[in-house]
Design a protein. Structure first.
Length: 669
C-alpha cells in the first residue's frame, strides 16, 4: 500500500462546509451524509497514484484490489467487485470488459484523474442498481468543466524500482478566446517483471510442489524474487474542447489507450499440463460529450447531459505469438439529469439513462457467444433539510434485455432474457452539533445478471479456470443497512461505520472441485449470502514544532461474508489495521506508516488460506521552490514482505510487489 502525504488541521472548514476535509489525506467524507464515502484528490492522489485503479485506491477504508499482477487490478469495495462496484469516468461507465475477468485491465487511467470518489447510499442510485459495494467515479478535465483564465499545465515523472517502472505524464488546460477551453493530456508507463518479497508460490502450493515426484514440478517451489511474465507498457492520449455560454456549456472529448502486458502464470503441478505464458494487447477509443443548461429562476438549478461511446478490443496471445482469443466490446451510455433549486426544505433531482453493449469473443475456444445488451433506467433523488436532521431518499427502475447468438463452436442455443430491476434507498443524518453527527441508511436493490454470468462456457485466463455460466439466473436481490458516526473533539477526528447486507440469491462463481485440463471448474450459481463489516478511522493533530505540524492516524476495516450453507464467500479481504505518523510544513510533507493485514482463514470451498503480512511504508514530498515544483521519495513494503491479497484469484501464484523505492517530480504552471 502506498504511503500517503501528511495531513493538516481543517476543523474550521469542517464546521463551515459540512465536510471533514483533510489536506493531503486519503479521506474527505461529507459530515452530513447518511453513509460512509471517500474522495481522493490533490496531493493525496498524486502520492497514491499507481498504474491501476485498484492499486491507487487500495489504501482507502474498506477498499482492496483484485491484484492480477501490476497491470490489471480492479478495486474491491467491502468485499464486492464486478457489477456490485460500478466504475465510472465523469459519470459514464468505463465501457471496458474489466468486469468480465480479473485479468482484463480497467480502462480508467488514475494518472489522468483529478479526483476519484467512492459513492454509496441514495446518491449511488443515480448511476446503478445493485452497486452494493459502491460507485467509483473518476473525474478529469478531458471535457473541460470550466474555462481557465490562463494556460495551466502539469508535467510529471516517476520511477519505481520494484518493476523498473518509468511513468511520464503531461496535461495542459487553456482558454481559447472568451468562450472556449481546450484540454490535452498524455501518459506513458513502462515496467518490467515485478520484484516480489519471497517465493512465487504460496505456502500451501509450495508444499504440494515439493511433495511431487517430478523434478520439474518440485523446481517450481524454488521460484522466488521475481514474478515472471508481468512486464508491460501503456500509453494514452486525450483531448477535449468546451464552449461556455452565459447559461449553457457544450463540450466533447476523445481519448485513446493502448496497453500491452503479461499475465502472471498459474503454474500447474500436473506434469502433463503445460504452463504457457499469455499476454494481452488492449486498445480503446472513446468519445465523450457533455452539456449543461442553467436557466436561472427559482425552480430549475441545472439540466445536465452526458454521452459516452467506446470501441474496446483486446487480443490474448501466447508469448509464442499465437492468438488464442480476441475480445471486442462496443458500448455506449447516455444520461439526462435535472436538478432543482432548494424548494423550501426540499431539493430534487432525477433523470433517465440509456445503455447499449455489443460484446463478442472470437477464437478457437471462445469464452462466450456474441451478445447484445440494451437497457434504460429512470431515477430520482430527494434531499430534505430539517436541520439538524437531513433526509435523503432515492429510487431507480431499470429494464435490461440480453440476447445471445448461437455460436457454432460453443453449440449454444440462441437465447433472449429480459429483466426489470428496482432499487430504493432511504437515509438520514442527525447533526447533534458542529462536532458530532449520526447517519443511518437502509436500502433495497435488484441487479440483473450480466452476460458473463449467464453465458460463459470456457477457459478463462483471468480466473485461471473453466467458467460455466447459468442462463437460468434471475435477478439478484439484496437489502442492507448502514450506520455511521462522525465527530471531532479538539485535535481528534473520528469516523466509524458498520454495515450489514443480506442477499436472498447472491450470484457468484463457485469452485465445483472438478478439474479439466489441469484447471479448476467454476460454476455461476445463486445462493443466500450475508455480508457484514465495519470501518473505523481516526486522525489526531499531535503538536506544532518549529513550523512543522505533527499528526497521527489509524484505520481499521473488516468484512465477513457467508453463504447459506455456512461456508465463507470466496476471496473476501481480511481484517486490516493501519497506523501512521505525519509531519507537514510549508516546504515538505512526510508520512511513515505500518499496515498489518491479518491471515484470512475464512475461505471458500477449494480455496487456500491467505497468510498475514506487514507492510512498512514511507513518503516524503518536498517543495523546495514553492508549490510549483514537488519532489517525491517513497518506499513501499520496506521490509520486502511476501504479501498476497485475499481478493485475488491468483493469490497463490502472484504476490504483490516487494520493496519498491520510488522517486518522482511534478511541475505545475
Amino acid at each position: 500500500m502506498p504511503a500517503m502525504a501528511g495531513m493538516a488541521d481543517d476543523s474550521a472548514a469542517m464546521a463551515m462546509v459540512g465536510e471533514i476535509v483533510v489536506t493531503g489525506s486519503r479521506l474527505r467524507p461529507r459530515f452530513n451524509a447518511p453513509v460512509g464515502g471517500s474522495t481522493l484528490s490533490g496531493d493525496a492522489l498524486a502520492t497514491a497514484v499507481r498504474a491501476t485503479l485498484g492499486d491507487t485506491l487500495a489504501s482507502l477504508p474498506g477498499v482492496s484490489s483484485t491484484s492480477f499482477g501490476p497491470s490489471a487490478a480492479r478495486p474491491v469495495l467491502r468485499g464486492f467487485t464486478g457489477e456490485r462496484t460500478r466504475l465510472l469516468v465523469d459519470d459514464i461507465a468505463s465501457l471496458d470488459v474489466s468486469g468480465s475477468s480479473p485479468d482484463h485491465a480497467v480502462a480508467i487511467n488514475p494518472l489522468a484523474s483529478e479526483r476519484i470518489e467512492i459513492l454509496r447510499g441514495p446518491g449511488a442510485l443515480a448511476f446503478a442498481s445493485g452497486a452494493v459495494g459502491g460507485v467509483v467515479n473518476s473525474f478529469s478535465q478531458r471535457v473541460p468543466r470550466k474555462r481557465p483564465d490562463a494556460v495551466h499545465g502539469l508535467a510529471s515523472a516517476r520511477f519505481g524500482t520494484a518493476a523498473d517502472e518509468t511513468s511520464l505524464g503531461a496535461r495542459i488546460d487553456a482558454p481559447l478566446g472568451q468562450r472556449l477551453a481546450v484540454h490535452f493530456d498524455g501518459q506513458f508507463v513502462r515496467y518490467g517483471n515485478v520484484d516480489i518479497g519471497g517465493p512465487v508460490l504460496a505456502p500451501a502450493v509450495r508444499t504440494m510442489a515439493l511433495a511431487s515426484p517430478v523434478p520439474a514440478t518440485r523446481g517450481l517451489a524454488a521460484l522466488r524474487g521475481v514474478l515472471p511474465n508481468t512486464a508491460g507498457r501503456t500509453y494514452e492520449v486525450a483531448t477535449g474542447l468546451t464552449w461556455f455560454g452565459d447559461d449553457v456549456d457544450i463540450g466533447a472529448g476523445v481519448s485513446f489507450v493502448d496497453s500491452r502486458y503479461g499475465l502472471p502464470t498459474r503454474f500447474s503441478l500436473d506434469p502433463a499440463v503445460g504452463n504457457p505464458d499469455s499476454r494481452i494487447e488492449l486498445q480503446q477509443a472513446r468519445v465523450d460529450l457533455r452539456g449543461g443548461w442553467r436557466p436561472g429562476g427559482d425552480v430549475i438549478d441545472e439540466v445536465r447531459l452526458r454521452f459516452g461511446f467506446a470501441d474496446y478490443a483486446h487480443n490474448e496471445r501466447l508469448t509464442t505469438g499465437l492468438r488464442t482469443a480476441r475480445f471486442r466490446n462496443q458500448g455506449w451510455e447516455a444520461r439526462a439529469e435535472l436538478g432543482t433549486q432548494k424548494l423550501g426544505v426540499v431539493r430534487l433531482s432525477g433523470g433517465v439513462q440509456v445503455t447499449g453493449r455489443d460484446f463478442e469473443v472470437r477464437g478457437d475456444a471462445p469464452l462466450l457467444p456474441p451478445t447484445t445488451t440494451r437497457g434504460y433506467a429512470v431515477f430520482s433523488h430527494a434531499e430534505i433539510d430539517l436541520a439538524p436532521l437531513r433526509v435523503e431518499a432515492a429510487g431507480r427502475f431499470e429494464r435490461f434485455d440480453v440476447a445471445a447468438q448461437r455460436d457454432p463452436i460453443l453449440a449454444n442455443p440462441a437465447t433472449q432474457r429480459g429483466y426489470n430491476a428496482g432499487s430504493l434507498s432511504l437515509g438520514a443524518n442527525y447533526r447533534f452539533d458542529e462536532r458530532l453527527s449520526l447517519g443511518l441508511n437502509a436500502q433495497y436493490g435488484e441487479r440483473a445478471p450480466v452476460v458473463e454470468e449467464l453465458f460463459t462456457q470456457g477457459t478463462d485466463p483471468g480466473t485461471q479456470g473453466v467458467l460455466l455460466g447459468n442462463a437460468a439466473l434471475g435477478l439478484e436481490r439484496s437489502w442492507g443497512i448502514e450506520g455511521v458516526v462522525r465527530g471531532f473533539a479538539g485535535p481528534v477526528t473520528v469516523e466509524a461505520s458498520g454495515y450489514y447486507y443480506e442477499f436472498p440469491n447472491y450470484i457468484f462463481a463457485g469452485e465445483t472441485g472438478e478439474v479439466r485440463a489441469g484447471l479448476p471448474v467454476f460454476q455461476f450459481q445463486a445462493q443466500r449470502a450475508q455480508y457484514h463489516g465495519f470501518e473505523v478511522q481516526l486522525r489526531a493533530d499531535i503538536a506544532r514544532v518549529a513550523g512543522w505540524k505533527l499528526g497521527g492516524s489509524a484505520l481499521v476495516d473488516y468484512t465477513a461474508a457467508t453463504l447459506a450453507d455456512g461456508s465463507p464467500v470466496p476471496r473476501i479481504p481480511p481484517l486490516r489495521l493501519l497506523a501512521g505518523l505525519t509531519a507537514g510544513s510549508a516546504r515538505a510533507d512526510a508520512r511513515f506508516e505500518v499496515e498489518w493485514v491479518t491471515r484470512q482463514d475464512a475461505v471458500g470451498a477449494f480455496e487456500t488460506p491467505t497468510p498475514s503480512y506487514v507492510s512498512v511504508n514511507f513518503n516524503l514530498t518536498a517543495r523546495p521552490f514553492g508549490e510549483a515544483l514537488a519532489l517525491t521519495l517513497s518506499a513501499n513494503n520496506l521490509t520486502d514482505s511476501d504479501a498476497r491479497r485475499a481478493a485475488s484469484f491468483l493469490k497463490d501464484y502472484a504476490p504483490i510487489a516487494g520493496r519498491d523505492i520510488r522517486v518522482g517530480a511534478r511541475y505545475r504552471f
